[in-house]
Ligand binder design. Structure first.
Ligand code: URA
Length: 201
């Protein structure tokens, strides 16, 4: 079977692997495109995401959009999802059992996208790759772990709660842009002879 993002999302709509489906309005599978090779992995849907079935559409999402725009990207060019895909009641933190229950979806989305880089937003997504690490220590730098290149960042909601974090988030997005343009740059296709002629002539 070909595992596409659409088929994964369709299956996810039936997910009852943890009890969150009982209190959430709907699943929030994730959205965007894999074309840029960038996967953003957040924490869990909040009120607005639960209402709309789309990730990062509330205040944290607005800041994420601004930070993406600051490096010339927009949400249609990246894929955005969360480590937990049903809203926890009252927006409480997801518990380890919920993250574990949702892990199979994370594995399948990562496999389907084969991203150049996974940008983790906040400590829960970071913890999936670097358990026990401190986000303050490792944010803003790419690291390779288990075959994936991971770029940990603070969660935009943290920068909304503590505005003093915003310059660090902006610096991390600039570092991500440089990383994508250099170390993780796609290998340019070799032009075919006719194209070379056009380019030269
Ligand atoms: N916070 C998250 O981590 N994910 C969302 O989708 C929205 C807010």
């Amino acid at each position: 079977m070909i595992d596409t993002l659409a088929s994964i999302a369709a299956e996810m709509r039936e997910c009852k692997a943890c009890p969150l489906w009982k209190t959430a309005r709907q699943v929030v599978p994730g959205e965007g495109s894999g074309d840029s090779g960038i996967l953003f992995l957040g924490e869990a849907p909040g009120f607005n995401e639960d209402q709309q079935g789309r990730p990062f559409v509330g205040a944290a999402g607005q800041l994420l959009d601004e930070l993406l725009a600051g490096i010339g990207l927009d949400r249609t060019k990246v894929f955005i999802t969360n480590v937990v895909r049903h809203r926890p009641p009252e927006n409480r933190d997801p518990v380890p059992e919920e993250i574990a229950a949702c892990e199979a979806w994370t594995v399948r989305q990562v496999a389907a996208l084969a991203p150049r880089v996974v940008v983790t937003l906040g400590r829960f997504a970071m913890g999936r790759f670097f358990p026990g690490e401190s986000i303050s220590r490792i944010h803003g730098r790419a690291r390779v772990v288990g075959g994936a290149t991971v770029f940990p960042m603070f969660h935009p909601a943290a920068a909304l709660r503590s505005p003093s974090l915003r310059p660090a988030m902006e610096a991390d997005f600039s570092a991500l842009a440089i990383f994508l343009a250099t170390v993780a740059a796609p290998i340019p296709e070799t032009p075919r002879p006719a194209e070379q002629m056009t380019l030269l002539g």
